[in-house]
Design a protein around this ligand. Sequence first.
Ligand SMILES: CC(C)(COP(=O)(O)OP(=O)(O)OC[C@H]1O[C@@H](n2cnc3c(N)ncnc32)[C@H](O)[C@@H]1OP(=O)(O)O)[C@@H](O)C(=O)NCCC(=O)NCCS
Length: 193
Amino acid sequence: MDVKILTAQDIHQHYAEEICHLMEVSAHERKTGIAKRSPDYIRAKMATGNAIIALDGEHLVGFCYIETWSHGKYVANSGLIVAPAYRKIGMATSIKKAVFNLARNKYPEAKVFGITTSLAVMKINTELGYKPVTFSELTQDQAFWDGCKSCPNFEILERNERKLCLCTGMLAPSKVEMEKDLSHLILATNEKQ
Ligand SMILES: CC(C)(COP(=O)(O)OP(=O)(O)OC[C@H]1O[C@@H](n2cnc3c(N)ncnc32)[C@H](O)[C@@H]1OP(=O)(O)O)[C@@H](O)C(=O)NCCC(=O)NCCS
């Protein structure tokens, strides 16, 4: 096995159908909701360098993409998928790390967030520094929440006035915020000495 974690490009567009198929099969198996993504949507993410793809030679290993919301105040990571044959060996962890770095380097002013029902994703996010938050802390951009319309749990989200649903919201500070916190910490440590 020789897995490469790459920023997806146009040359990867032929994987879009397989990615969507994997997403649908896994949502069906888990019996949890998921916002449906079309191959065209996935291809657009690849074309703009807003996605990470993992490949073992020509074999698709996994995928995840990012998208900005609230005029660049937030960047979401979504659509994480690892092919069944490559699960439980740290692939999602590597893909999420790469996606987190992509989000922060490309959009340093944006807070990074995701919504998930997956324990594995919660674990990975926690390691990366995300904190669980209520949906009120996430983007209020209607277009983001419209993405949940294709999820079978959308009615729950609506019933709760978009304040909560079965997904947990997880938020990490922007790169700029983190660097500010770090410099304050260094300053405070230096003052103590
Ligand atoms: C969820 C998913 C992405 C995990 O991928 P993976 O490559 O197997 O994950 P990793 O090997 O990097 O594991 C990360 C952590 O999650 C744990 N984990 C992995 N799968 C798990 C599962 N099904 N249930 C609970 N924990 C799980 C691992 O043990 C590891 O924890 P550790 O760091 O404490 O050892 C993969 O199972 C998948 O594609 N599922 C279907 C799609 C999906 O659920 N996507 C997320 C939507 S938000």
